[in-house]
Design a protein around this ligand. Structure first.
Ligand code: NAD
Ligand code: MG
Length: 384
């Protein structure tokens, strides 16, 4: 029997690579639902090619146009996304939506007791406590797609609880590694989008340049693996060959290595617990020659520090951090903020909004909306 999979955010960088993994699965994976934000033409092309009869678009206008062009079912808006997940009789949901817009898909899948392959790290950043409680309550598993967390998931699989002492997340350092603030003032959008080792969607590429991506990943790891922040380290490793490490109580440190190719963690998550062939070159250590490691510069790249502080503060603080980051990154990409102002907008938004405790997903939606308003106001007042 094929595994029935719904792919959320199928038109993005992770989504397209996931379809490549599906194409190579010899029919073991069958796509039964696809979703995107607004890119309806691309979504319909994918649906026609895979014989998928049901799609969802977040944007109502795009959904209306898609309905005219598609003889299957086109769902729209937040309710459409929930119906796509709940009514497709699927075994697994891959959430590859970008931003906190992905939280709803995570909640819908886990709430239905459906296993979740999670690329959308923002779900765990924004709603980590509630999301993990929901998974526990329904018995659904969360299998990470983020490469570092996929590595940690694989490393931890063989260990007994209690053996772990520390986790070490690796970071490439992004295109501006080694620069001080004076050399970050003038960087352009184009330079920030030129990631040295990974090819990804725009938002995560900017997050990698500011190191916010690693900050979000520290929060993600805390929730996924139930590890305190004091036991999660970050080390910069520019070659992106070591994807993460665990240190154990007996002095052993285990690392996960491979060339940077997201099809590896995507395949791991979609086929779990099986492993299948992925067409990546075998690791050639001799031609790599050396792997290097250095401490992250949290003074210059303030986003990593801000994320750690928000994670430790808990409550709505990570939700506020994430929303402010989404607003600031969007403004940077549109030429309305400078690179260094991204961290400034986030820090000031966090200063303005006291963290509150989180009682429900509704309280998170309110905190997200409030943080977006404050961040947009601050971004407007800073302007380049
Ligand atoms: P992307 O921008 O390339 O694609 C995002 C997808 O989400 C698209 O299909 C888009 O149509 C859809 N989308 C956007 N807004 C939406 C909305 N409001 N509602 C519903 N759908 C919406 O992003 P990406 O790089 O593929 O990243 C997706 C997620 O995976 C992010 O959370 C990112 O942090 C995570 N991730 C990505 C990579 C990578 O290599 N790209 C690696 C690790 C983790
Ligand atoms: Mg990652």
């Amino acid at each position: 029997m094929p595994r029935r999979v719904v792919i959320l955010g199928s038109t993005g960088s992770i989504g397209v690579q996931a379809l490549d993994v599906v194409d190579r699965s010899d029919g073991e994976l069958r796509v039964v639902g696809l979703s995107a934000g607004g890119s309806w033409e691309r979504l319909l092309e994918q649906a026609e090619r895979l014989g998928v009869r049901r799609v969802a678009l977040a944007d109502a206008g795009a959904a209306a146009r898609a309905r005219e062009a598609f003889d299957g079912e086109v769902l729209s808006g937040p309710d459409g996304l929930v119906s796509l997940i709940a009514e497709s009789d699927c075994d697994l949901v891959l959430n590859a939506i970008v931003g906190s817009a992905g939280l709803m898909g995570t909640v819908a899948a886990l709430g239905e007791g459906i296993d979740l392959a999670l690329a959308n790290k923002e779900s765990l950043v924004v709603g980590g406590d509630l999301v993990t409680q929901l998974a526990q309550a329904t018995g659904a598993s969360i299998i990470p797609v983020d490469s570092e967390h996929s590595a940690l998931h694989q490393l931890l699989a063989a260990e007994r609880p209690g053996a772990l002492q520390r986790m070490i997340l690796t970071a490439s350092g992004g295109p501006f590694r080694g620069r001080d603030a004076s050399r970050l003032r003038e960087v352009t959008v184009e330079q920030a989008l030129a990631h040295p080792t990974w090819s990804m969607g725009g938002k995560i590429t900017i997050d990698s340049a500011t190191l916010m991506n690693k900050g979000l990943e520290v929060i993600e790891a805390h929730h996924l693996f139930g590890v305190p922040y004091s036991e999660i380290d970050v080390v910069v490793h520019p070659q992106s060959i070591v994807h993460s490490l665990i240190q154990l109580c007996d002095g052993a440190t285990l690392a996960h290595l491979g060339y940077p190719d997201m099809r590896v963690p995507i395949s791991y998550a979609l086929h779990h617990p099986d492993r299948v062939d992925v067409p990546v070159a075998p690791l050639d250590l001799v031609s790599l020659g050396s792997l290097t490691f250095e401490a992250p510069d949290e003074g210059t790249f303030a986003c990593l520090r801000l994320a750690r502080e928000a994670g430790l503060a808990g409550g709505t603080a990570p939700c506020t951090l994430n929303a402010a980051n989404e607003v600031a990154v969007h403004a940077f990409l549109n030429g309305r903020l400078t690179f260094l102002q991204i961290a400034e907008v986030i820090e000031r938004t966090l200063e303005r909004l006291e963290p509150a405790s989180v009682h429900s997903f509704d309280s998170l939606a309110d905190a997200d909306a409030r943080a977006r308003r404050v961040a947009a106001e601050l971004a407007g007042s800073l302007r380049v």
